[in-house]
Design a protein around this ligand. Structure first.
Ligand SMILES: Cc1ncc(COP(=O)(O)O)c(C=O)c1O
Length: 400
């Protein structure tokens, strides 16, 4: 059943998360359905970047490594992410990109499991597949490509798996996957990129020991924000990561010639942390202070369901309807690219994933039910007016 705008507004009036929208600085006239790709700027992150540049860098210069606490920022931001994924504060470090963190973590685990295979699903986010492929080639390990949802065979040592799938938004059953992994004796590296800040992840309860995730989607850390890495406390000290750089050393400023890893997850640092973008992420994470992720997850699902119901009559097929869905939905159309461009021209911003998916993200902290209602109505207009057929909407940039 579709909703009226008045019903959507009534839903907003009852929404316990409705006040969070004021935290974000979104341009007027935009309905932003792409927080699943790049979160918008939290106001406090914009204040922080200016402070970081003007006071800490310009005035403090190199003294700020100590005086402004830059050197511990990867740990401080990591502790904030830890709360969002059910980890202990010292189990998460902010560093590098998801790709690099996957390489470091899979490399560390694979070196303990010589001869065993790396496994990844064949429709996993491409970088997860590419990193597994490159690492397998480098160390001479077999690479197993699994069908969606397929469990790895006996010879597997490490499985890379998304908690929320980037296309279908299906949320995997983390506790059940971990039970299966322990029974068969392989390690799972969870990619939490589409889950952190959106789904009520509880790594401790699920007994998940290894994860990575990105900072620029639901955590709103800005374009190219550094990623994070989680390693359970009792696992980290046994791991040797392949990018043993000076920032992962137990005493970087002793300038010794031999590598001795820092205790815990800190050993997964490699080079100098990107302080400007790390400061933005650190400030953006404060938006989550006191936020109950269960409410966020529930609202994301409700917004996605509202959108799907409103667009049902438009004749576009949903790409999947998983039992438990994360923060986005995909609609299929062979004209998906042009339709999305026409929508963006009308202020409804989503993204396109080849070959034929229009992806719409429903970030619960800044979107209202009325926003989603309006976005669906505008999609209806774009389709019924054939607006998307204009040639200008078929021109592709490097990023879709
Ligand atoms: C599931 C998933 N993993 C990894 C990435 C890419 O991570 P990075 O660019 O930080 O290496 C993305 C990017 O969208 C993603 O959706």
């Amino acid at each position: 059943m579709t909703m009226t705008l008045e019903e959507a507004e009534a839903q907003d009036a009852r929404d316990p998360l409705r006040d969070f929208a004021a935290e974000f600085d979104l341009p007027d006239g935009v309905l932003y359905l792409d927080g699943c790709s790049l979160g918008p700027p939290p106001r406090r992150a914009l204040v922080r970047i200016h402070r970081c540049v003007d006071d800490e860098w310009r005035e403090g210069l190199i003294r700020s490594w100590n005086d402004a606490g830059w050197i511990d920022l990867p740990q401080r931001a990591g502790a904030k992410i830890a709360r969002l994924i059910g980890a202990l504060p010292d189990e998460v470090l902010v560093c590098d990109s998801v790709s690099v963190n996957l390489f470091k973590l899979a490399g560390a685990l694979a070196s303990k499991r010589k001869g065993q295979a790396l496994a990844v699903e064949a429709d996993e986010f491409p970088t997860d597949q590419y990193i597994a492929e490159g690492l397998a080639r480098l160390i001479g390990a077999p690479l197993i490509r699994l069908a969606p949802g397929e469990r790895p065979p006996a010879e597997t040592g490490v499985l890379i798996k998304s908690l929320v799938h980037y296309k279908t938004a299906e949320i995997a059953d983390m506790p059940a996957e971990e039970v299966a992994a322990r029974a068969q004796g392989y390690d799972i590296i969870w990619d939490l990129s589409h889950a952190a800040g959106l789904v009520a992840v509880d790594v401790e309860k699920a007994k998940a020991r290894f994860a990575v995730g990105c900072g620029y989607k639901y955590l709103n850390g800005g374009p190219g924000s550094p990623a994070f890495i989680y390693v359970a406390r009792n696992e980290a000290d046994g791991l040797e990561q392949p990018l043993s750089g000076w920032m992962g050393h137990i005493a970087p400023f002793a300038f010794r010639g031999d590598f001795q890893a820092a205790p815990g997850v800190a050993r997964f640092a490699a080079g100098t942390p990107p302080i400007l973008s790390l400061s933005v992420l650190d400030a953006a994470l404060d938006v989550f202070d006191g936020v109950d992720l269960r409410l966020v997850e529930k609202k994301a699902r409700a917004l996605g369901s509202l959108f799907l119901r409103q667009v049902e009559a438009f004749g576009l097929e949903a790409a999947a309807s998983p039992a438990r869905r994360g923060g986005h939905v995909c609609l299929q159309s062979e004209h998906g690219f042009a339709i999305m461009r026409a929508l963006i021209a009308k202020g409804v911003i989503g993204d396109f994933r080849a070959p034929n998916l229009m992806r719409f993200g429903f970030s619960p902290l800044f979107l209202s039910y009325a926003d989603v209602w309006r976005a669906a109505a505008i999609l209806g207009d774009v389709l019924s007016s054939n607006e998307w057929r204009k040639p200008e909407f078929d021109r592709r940039g490097k990023v879709t």
